[in-house]
Design a protein around this ligand. Structure first.
Ligand code: NDP
Ligand code: MG
Length: 334
């Protein structure tokens, strides 16, 4: 089954005419979506707590940020662009009591809707418009006249009018220039979590760590291990990005390609695929969500401990030193 994709001609900005859109949170997505919408002629207000750099950023962009509750009261369409782990509490305390029937409640990731942390009152439709890229790209592509592709999904029972509002919103942030793919909140949430756990964050990080440690344990110099197992990953990923597996394999040496075909399947085995399936089940049945929500409720002790431990891995120390030698890298420290 191929996805339904909407473009500029399928979307009409007039569905947002006369409506005020509140963007809650002026972070990565908030700052980009708010400015794009405003530049597209929409009425936008910002809900952002005071005393943070994001508040000052909104002011420097000529917005007048206000407390979240006030922004909800003053708007028709409310987009929650706060970190996922704080959305439930802020929703219950500041957002839900101020929603009115006919309002549309939006998000850019379905986690809290799908797992019941954000439960809209009766008469409020839920709508997801999720750019498939980080906020700075959503902004820079829009300014260049392009747009980052988006996903659109409707909450249970949402009307077709809400879909029209969603397409107008996607057009306002530049999404229909790239293409807007129709999905469901469940599909967006589950595939997003699966991708980040199995490949993008979890899978890749563990693969790199394990390979680095294997070389170092075997007596090779850590600097060599860093270059081979982490640094060069970017070259390969860039080739994937431009032309998929085939282009990567066309670009590397035949020796590398042969090693890929014969050794790759020994790393990702039937056992690994079985675990992938288990991880997917834990996402689908809410086990992962419950774990993450409870972890946050406890003040995130395991999360913080692991973060601290991994920041001190040898690969991190070696990498920090080596990146200083490569002046073309826009190297970052956390
Ligand atoms: P950020 O962390 O960049 O920004 C969060 C915003 O919320 C900031 O303005 C922050 O302000 C504010 N905030 C944080 N904590 C609180 C709090 N306790 N009370 C009030 N305000 C708070 O978030 P993102 O833009 O990355 O994510 C927003 C949503 O977009 C999430 O649902 C995410 O899944 C989704 N998304 C993100 C993408 C991305 O690439 N980043 C891509 C697609 C979707 P302050 O400075 O005061 O902390
Ligand atoms: Mg994702």
């Amino acid at each position: 089954m191929t996805a339904k994709i909407y473009y500029d001609n399928d979307a009409d900005l007039s569905h947002l005419k006369g409506k005020t859109v509140a963007i809650l949170g002026y972070g990565s997505q908030g700052h980009a979506q708010a400015q794009n919408l405003r530049d597209s002629g929409c009425q936008v207000i910002i809900g952002q707590r005071e005393g943070s750099p994001n508040y000052d950023l909104a002011v420097s962009h000529k917005f007048q940020p206000m407390p979240v509750a006030d922004a909800v009261k003053a708007s028709d369409v409310v987009n929650i662009l706060l970190p996922d782990e704080v959305q439930g509490d802020i929703f219950r305390e500041h957002i839900r009591p101020n929603l009115k029937p006919g309002n549309v409640l939006m998000c850019s990731h379905g986690f809290n809707i799908h797992f019941g942390q954000v439960e809209p009152p009766k008469g409020v439709d839920v709508l997801l418009v999720a750019p498939k890229g980080p906020g700075h790209l959503v902004r820079s592509e829009y300014v260049k006249g392009g747009g980052v592709p988006c996903l659109i999904a409707l909450g249970e029972g949402a009307s077709d009018k809400t879909r029209q509002i969603g397409l107008a919103y996607a057009k306002g942030i530049g999404g229909t220039r790239g293409g807007v793919i129709e999905t469901t909140i469940a599909e967006e949430t589950e595939t997003d979590l699966f991708g980040e756990q199995v490949v993008l964050c979890g899978g890749v990080s563990e693969l790199v760590k394990a390979a680095f440690e294997t070389l170092v344990d075997a007596g090779y110099q850590p600097e060599m291990a860093y270059f081979e197992c982490m640094h060069e990953l970017k070259l390969i990923v860039d080739l994937f990005y431009q032309g998929g597996l085939s282009y990567m394999r066309y670009s590397v040496s035949n020796t590398a390609e042969y090693g890929d075909y014969t050794r790759g399947p020994r790393i990702i085995t039937d056992e690994t695929r079985k675990v992938m399936k288990q991880i997917l089940t834990e996402i689908q049945n809410g086990q992962f969500a419950r774990e993450w929500i409870l972890e946050n409720r406890a003040g995130a002790p395991a999360f913080k401990a692991t973060r601290r431990r991994d920041r001190n891995l040898e690969i991190e120390h070696v990498g920090r030193r080596l990146r200083k030698l490569m002046s073309w890298i826009d190297s970052k420290e956390v």
